[in-house]
Write a protein that binds this ligand. Sequence first.
Ligand code: ADP
Ligand code: MG
Length: 238
Amino acid sequence: PMAIKLPRQVLVNPATGFKPYAGASRFDQLPLSGKTLKGLKEAKYESMTEIQRAALPHALAGRDVLGAAKTGSGKTLAFLIPLVEKLYRLRWRSGHGLAGIVISPTRELAEQIFLELGKVAKHHRFLTRGLLIGGSHDVGLESNRVGELCILVATPGRLLHHLHQTATLDCTYLQVLVLDEADRILDSGFARELTDILAALPNQRQTLLFSATQTRSVSDLARLSLRDPEYLAVHSES
Ligand code: ADP
Ligand code: MG
């Protein structure tokens, strides 16, 4: 039998059959789980920002996304919601291995992302998560727990430390990799760490890249093993 390829515009949630439409402007118009919608509502997130409207239908459909929008435009939810929804649909839980990694260039940003993740995943009690940042935390204590977690939010150095040193950390089945402030990660002194991190991760995964600017060299993008990515840029109105 002949394979039927759906046009890109037809976005179907394989779990529910629901077709979100590009015109959705509120989170509750997207095919999100009740648990995620409840968390968003409790955090008073109701209308989507422009980058969220642009990116969520694609990311929720499992596509790789390269999203660019200025600081303060709401990029965090544009990657956290698809991450949480994918793991929820897969019924991921502790002991299944690491399923999602969010890499952030600074501790402060990583902490903010982790805080937002707490809101989005508040009612997803099986989606265990941890924050891996340098500094105050005890690496040894951390190592006892990271192997049990479903989602890690991390700075590059600390993540790499655990990928190399923590035997219980199993990335074999990683589902989603997020690079937040991707430009800063690729440009900065993290380029080497990133190369080593990517070498430790499987290529078969969904990759979501977000940054404030869109200019990236093709070679940088190539080494991220993106699969037919959706390029989305939102420009400020002013
Ligand atoms: P960026 O990463 O693009 O700089 P953030 O994700 O940090 O932006 O979001 C900036 C601010 O906007 C945060 O305080 C966040 O809570 C808020 N925000 C994000 N999305 C929404 C939304 N849909 N509705 C209301 N506030 C939002
Ligand atoms: Mg941000």
